[in-house]
Ligand binder design. Structure first.
Ligand code: NAD
Ligand code: 6OD
Length: 486
């Protein structure tokens, strides 16, 4: 068992109050360690360290020197790959196969893409004549925004934290990270990497704890924070936006979703089945981009339902490093209770349970883990709770449709607008749907295929702003105009 501390001004510190909470492994509920919850004094110290670091050696580095230091962070994450893997897996219980292909490599790549971006970003320049016969030239200059608060969820802890920390630091800001209370380990471990590469003290800080009346809300309310970037639930995003309103601090919000997959009869059936299997069940359904509503054109509806059922039933739950494991547990007992509540709701509202709907039978040593069965429903109206509300579990409802117009209406009839996946071989239809479906991210014959230069974010209640490539600079820098008269 270990102590999971806060990382402030280059040092691992306990808290003044002595308040700690247990971090348990979702695979078997064993105790991983005690997390030291940051109170106001620790959050104040972290923000003060981040503010001071802006004026210290960090602020004096050239862009290339800063990027070289961040490239060293990438090398060190890769050198300590197994430590990050173990830490991420202990916190989340996710299969090693997934974490070693997605979470940890992306944790490193999220620094590299932004060092490349910032070194190559240009700004505009205009020349004009002035009324007195002279000339003037304007040009844009990007400066760091200042101290950035980064508030993260638990589903892809290192990936989602570095997706914000990478561009924030590449742009010359300093950061205070508040990881999810459920997954504090990898953000905390990254402090060791920062020290190893010689990152100046105070540039990267981590405060552990909860949201309300804890590290999260203390951090977002702090007047010395210049911008808040958040990934998590839409309800929490509302609270964060209100906190940002005090002091007119900008917010970047990546929020919830209730994503639809649209499967047309002319699709490549195998591509559609294999991809929807991933989009519904990967990471035990705990992916914001994941599919929870599947719409299948009537001629292939029965065939699709039975093929997805077959796939779901091959998802063997088990320990992360067992090569037979195809699905891990949910992240926590709290989340397991929520997902099982939704499974009950589906039954109560009259769903046909195609497969799953409960807790799998696990061996004795795993019985206390946060397991749920991969689940498929059919037969519900579009107004049913599990068809309208985000569940964030390994489950979906499959609905038949007849026409393109009908399915677009069903896909759009939801308060969220994060992502969609469309399966068709008709290019014209794909092009039409790519603009008609109200989302920030539209995949055609694919899902979660990422090019980190592209804008990532949600529409409607799925978020505000876009991060990725040059788009991240809009949030992480101030774009100033300089005009020179000559
Ligand atoms: P959450 O909103 O409960 O918590 C996210 C973070 O916010 C945690 O660190 C939490 O401690 C903190 N927090 C909670 N209340 C706060 C407050 N009042 N002030 C400051 N901080 C507060 O979300 P979660 O359960 O950790 O994550 C799951 C959710 O995240 C799902 O809705 C999912 O769709 C969403 N998500 C979205 C994206 C995206 O890119 N759009 C990515 C991943 C997850
Ligand atoms: O790939 C990304 O950059 C990203 N932000 C993924 C989000 C996944 C949500 O769970």
């Amino acid at each position: 068992m270990t102590d999971i501390l806060n990382f402030i001004n280059g040092e691992y510190v306990k808290n003044a109050s002595g308040k700690t909470y247990e971090k348990r492994n979702p695979v078997d509920n064993s105790l991983i360690g005690m997390v030291h919850e940051a109170g106001k004094p620790e959050v104040d110290a972290a923000v003060a360290a981040a503010r001071a670091a802006l004026k210290g050696p960090w602020g004096k580095l050239s862009v290339v020197e800063r990027c070289n230091m961040l490239d060293a962070v990438v090398d060190e994450i890769n050198r300590r790959f197994d430590d990050f893997l173990q830490a991420e897996i202990a916190d989340t219980g996710k299969p090693a196969r997934l974490a070693s292909h997605v979470d940890i490599p992306r944790g490193a790549a999220n620094f590299k893409i932004f060092t490349d971006t910032i070194k190559n970003a240009s700004t505009e320049s205009f020349e004009m004549r002035t009324p007195d016969g002279k000339a003037a030239r304007s040009f844009g200059v990007r400066t760091p925004r200042g101290v950035i608060a980064i508030i993260c969820p638990w589903n892809l802890p290192l990936l989602l934290m570095t997706w914000k920390c990478g561009p924030a630091l590449a742009c010359g800001n300093t950061v205070v990270v508040k990881p999810s209370e459920a997954t504090p380990s990898t953000a905390t471990l990254l402090g060791e990497v920062m020290n190893k590469v010689g990152m100046p003290k105070g540039v990267y800080n981590v405060v552990n704890g909860f949201g309300v009346d804890s590290a999260g809300s203390f951090l977002t309310a702090h007047p010395d924070v210049n911008g808040i970037t958040f990934t998590g639930e839409t309800k929490t995003g509302t609270a964060i936006m209100k906190a940002g309103a005090d002091g007119i601090r900008p917010v970047s919000l990546e929020l919830g979703g209730k994503n639809a997959a649209l499967v047309f009869a002319d699709c490549d059936f195998q591509v559609a089945i294999d991809t929807v299997t991933r989009s519904v069940f990967e990471n035990c359904g705990q992916v914001c981009l994941g599919t929870e509503r599947v719409y299948v054109q009537r001629p292939i509806f029965e065939k699709f339902v039975s093929a997805l059922k077959e796939k779901a039933e091959t998802m063997t739950p088990g320990r992360p490093f067992d090569p037979a494991t195809r699905i891990g547990p949910l992240v926590s007992k709290i989340h397991q209770k929520k997902v099982l509540g939704m499974y009950r709701k589906a039954r109560d509202e009259g769903a046909t349970i195609v497969t799953g709907g409960g807790v799998p039978d696990m061996p004795d040593d795993l019985k206390d883990g946060c397991w749920v069965q991969p689940t498929i429903w059919t037969g519900l109206p579009e107004t049913a709770t599990v068809v309208t509300e985000e569940i964030f579990g390994p489950c979906c409802h499959i609905q038949p449709f007849d026409t393109e117009e009908e399915v677009v209406n069903m896909a759009n009839n939801n308060r969220y607008g994060l992502a969609t996946a469309v399966f068709t071989q008709d290019v014209s239809r794909a092009m039409r749907l790519s603009t008609e479906i109200e989302v920030g991210l539209c995949w055609i014959n694919s899902w979660f295929l990422r090019d980190l230069r592209t804008p990532f974010g949600g529409s409607k209640q799925s978020g505000i702003g876009r991060e990725g490539g040059l788009h991240s600079l809009e949030f992480y820098t101030e774009l100033r105009n300089v005009m020179v008269k000559y």
